[in-house]
Design a protein around this ligand. Structure first.
Ligand code: UD1
Ligand code: MG
Length: 451
């Protein structure tokens, strides 16, 4: 059955004390909203509507940047969760099938949990996601009768008996799209908050003879973020989960707590991760690659058998083929290194392609930027770049070619050629000794003068 997602993201998040809308605060390098959307994407939704309000323009831009097919609808005034869902009506006009409501500030919902909800929809008109709360606090309470959900009561409106219930509402609800909007039409705001509660649709559905149930998930999945402290806690929780998943996938760590992942990091089996590594967004590390200590990687792909670091920086567009070596204090940006290429020490390689088994000596720089435009450097297979070569791009070095150390290469080097682009050395016999003497005398005179 086809599914549409409605993601509520209009709330202000006052307790974040931020100029930025709450749902745009990042966890593991992606806005919370994107985490929710990624979980929902597992259902292969036909339509996605994000309800925006506070900071609407920024939230809409982030949503569309993530997926240009996302629709957005504005909730000008935040009159409650049912009112928020009502704003999705025209975006979902003509949609046949499920509607699933998610919160943009609940980033840990698992795709598999949402799939269980959609499965449960086969036997029930309404499916609510609940959780056993360690501290039920101010959550809405799920009033069950066996497996049937009778109604949801908000904390503010609950009796003492109802407040004793520990099975709580996560806010995630699935129902047929037409049924959902019909029910929402019937929701009023005669309650302790004067808000249109989405939760009221359950009792209205039951009165109309529809069935409702609740399925349970782990409380950690429903964790919402309301303050900076909770944001930091969410980040730690994300990292702990990512490390646990990596262990499960067969990754070796020397110091797991010092390795930080992004929301989309992919690490293959038998990869070895040393201490203090940061993975920015968009990194794939294949099986058996070895990332050494204090390396920072983003937007790159590391093939099997490659060794990176210690102290390497891989920036977006970097592609390392099998058995590549990237050593200490090397920065790579938009650089493709073919099999067995080596850049081992203190180099900057940007906007470049290095052929197989090429070797770049210490302190080499691709001078890729002229102050206005970026230019490409091409290095052939088995080429040897002498230490401290400046490659002034655009420039190309042929296969099996060499550059002499300290060269400033401004012209292409043909295949097999040796390029020498530095001034010739001159030795002046005895001149160093004389110079030392002169300098010492000058120093001694100055020191006497100072006394
Ligand atoms: C809601 C539920 C409660 C549940 C809890 C789980 C209702 C009435 N209550 O309460 O049963 O236990 O979530 O966290 O639904 N939002 C809008 N527009 C609005 C109001 C809210 O977009 O007008 C968004 C918020 O940005 C947020 C979500 O909806 O992402 C939930 O709103 P919030 O105010 O946090 O609801 P709670 O009072 O926590
Ligand atoms: Mg809340």
């Amino acid at each position: 059955m086809s599914t549409a997602l409605i993601v509520l993201a209009a709330g202000k998040g006052t307790r974040m004390k931020s100029e930025m809308p709450k749902v745009l605060h990042p966890i593991a390098g992606a806005p919370m909203l994107i985490h929710a959307l990624r979980a929902g994407a597992a259902l292969e939704p036909q339509r996605i509507v994000v309800i925006t309000g506070h900071g609407a323009e920024a939230v809409e831009a982030a949503a569309i940047d993530h997926d240009p097919d996302i629709q957005t609808a504005r909730q000008e005034q935040q009159l409650g969760t049912a009112h928020a869902v009502a704003q999705a009506r025209s975006a979902l006009a003509g949609h046949e099938g499920n509607a699933l409501i998610l919160y943009g500030d609940t980033p840990f919902i698992q795709a598999e949990t949402l799939e269980r909800m959609i499965d449960a929809r086969r036997d029930h008109d309404m499916v609510v996601l609940g959780f056993e709360a360690a501290d039920p606090g101010r959550y809405g309470r799920l009033v069950m009768n066996g497996s049937a959900l009778e109604r949801i009561v908000e904390f503010k409106d609950a009796s003492d008996q109802e407040r004793a219930i520990t099975f709580c509402n996560s806010g995630v609800i699935a129902a047929d799209s037409h049924v959902l909007f019909d029910l929402i039409d019937a929701v009023g705001n005669d309650n302790a908050s004067g808000e249109y509660y989405l939760t009221d649709i359950i009792s209205i559905a039951r009165e109309r003879g529809l069935t409702a149930t609740a399925i349970a998930c782990d409380e950690a999945e429903t964790l919402g973020v309301n303050s900076r402290e909770e944001l930091a806690a969410a980040e730690m929780l994300f990292q702990a989960r990512a490390r646990a998943e990596a262990f499960e996938d067969g990754v070796t760590f020397y110091a797991p707590d010092s390795v930080y992942f992004s929301f989309d990091t992919v690490i293959g089996r038998d990869a070895l991760l040393e201490q203090n590594i940061v993975f920015g967004p968009g990194v794939t590390v294949e099986s058996g690659a070895h990332i050494r200590a204090f390396s920072h990687l983003e937007g790159c792909h590391v093939a099997r058998g490659a060794i990176v670091g210690p102290y390497a920086r891989l920036r977006p567009g970097t592609e390392l083929a099998e058995d590549v070596r990237v050593g200490n204090f090397v920065e790579l940006k938009n650089a493709v290194l073919d099999t067995g290429a080596k850049v081992n020490h203190l180099s900057y390689i940007g906007d470049a392609h290095l052929g197989a088994a090429s070797n770049v000596g210490a302190g080499t720089v691709t001078c890729n930027y002229d102050g206005v435009m970026k230019h490409h450097t091409e290095i052939g297979a088995h080429a040897f770049i002498g230490s401290s070569t400046m490659l002034v791009a655009p420039v190309s070095i042929g296969d099996h070619a060499m550059t002499a150390s300290g060269s400033v290469i401004t012209q292409d080097v043909p295949e097999g050629a040796l390029a020498l682009a530095r001034s010739r050395q001159v030795n002046r016999p005895g001149l160093a000794r004389k110079l030392f003497e002169m300098l010492k005398q000058t120093r001694d005179k100055r020191e006497k003068g100072a006394v």
